[in-house]
Design a binder for this molecule. Sequence first.
Ligand code: SF4
Ligand code: SF4
Length: 345
Amino acid sequence: MLKVIGKNELGKLLEKLNDKFRIIAPVIRQYGKKERVEYHQVEDFDEIFLDRQPDTPPKKFFLPQNERLGEEKSGEQVFETGDRKTLIFGVRSCDLKAIDILKPVFLDNDFTDTYFEKRLENTVMFGLGCSKRQENCFCDSLGIDPLDAENIPVYMYDDGERLWFDVRAGELEEFFADLPDGNSEELERLKKDWQSGFEDTKIGIEVPIPFPELVAFNAPFWKEVAANCLGCGVCTYYCPTCFCFGFFWEKREEEIDKWRTWDSCMFPLFTKHGSGHNPRETQDQRTRQRIMHKFSYHPHNFEGVPACSACGRCISQCPVNIDLRVILKTAEKHLKDEEGVKSGG
Ligand code: SF4
Ligand code: SF4
């Protein structure tokens, strides 16, 4: 079912959906002089802002930054999970892919993370195609389609004036039934135009995935690419696919609460042992871990899929302009040179 409405009519559609779902969508928030686009729960639908990629991904609605897991009292543990139906509106292909990347880690590994599982079950996402490349993204270099995604109930397109809805889930059709039909040929023409914009700006990263582990680990370029790194962890906090976390326990009178919070492999204390030994003492070792995890260890463990959806946020948000695309291009060159040496080329 293909439907199309003027953007000024979106509120009416969301009013209907709001009866069934709490609606999360990108909105602008002001922090001092800084304006940011972030996902928040919305009641005033005029606030929704779809004109560029949000600065933060929707990851926190599946893995909150700080999460109280329950309470330990007399050895008893109480685990809480959310059960409210949620609709996340306007999720771009990179962020949809990022949730897919997290799924096998939290669902199909040796144990299932019930918190992640419950939130996933209780959430539907409406995708949103990108009509132009965002500031630093390179999704198409990693085989992600900026104009489509699999297994999404509704995928949307914004042509500036109108919103198109490709409704793929039968159970949601009732919300769209009385909207005007879209012309599929017209949409295909629009998509072709947008697609050609991506072709014209393609970065063409051809790094082997997974990175050959030992060659990449022992490569000399890590010091060079990490020379300015501050170890602030911003790249990992903004990343839709980074999922490291730590636990802590907080005593409240007779009760002890158990918490989980995001952590980062870029922090100097992340791997420090109780003995005082730190196996990753330097920032270049930590940078190597972040990149190797994404492009070597994760794809080795999960069917060749890198733990990166090429959203470009680590590039946009890094305070010292460390650019993942430059790191990948450097790795690409090094790994090709090594391959050439091995084959006598
Ligand atoms: S955001 Fe930049 S400076 Fe901060 S840890 Fe990441 S790469 Fe280093
Ligand atoms: S590593 Fe950077 S480009 Fe890749 S998903 Fe994370 S933030 Fe986005």
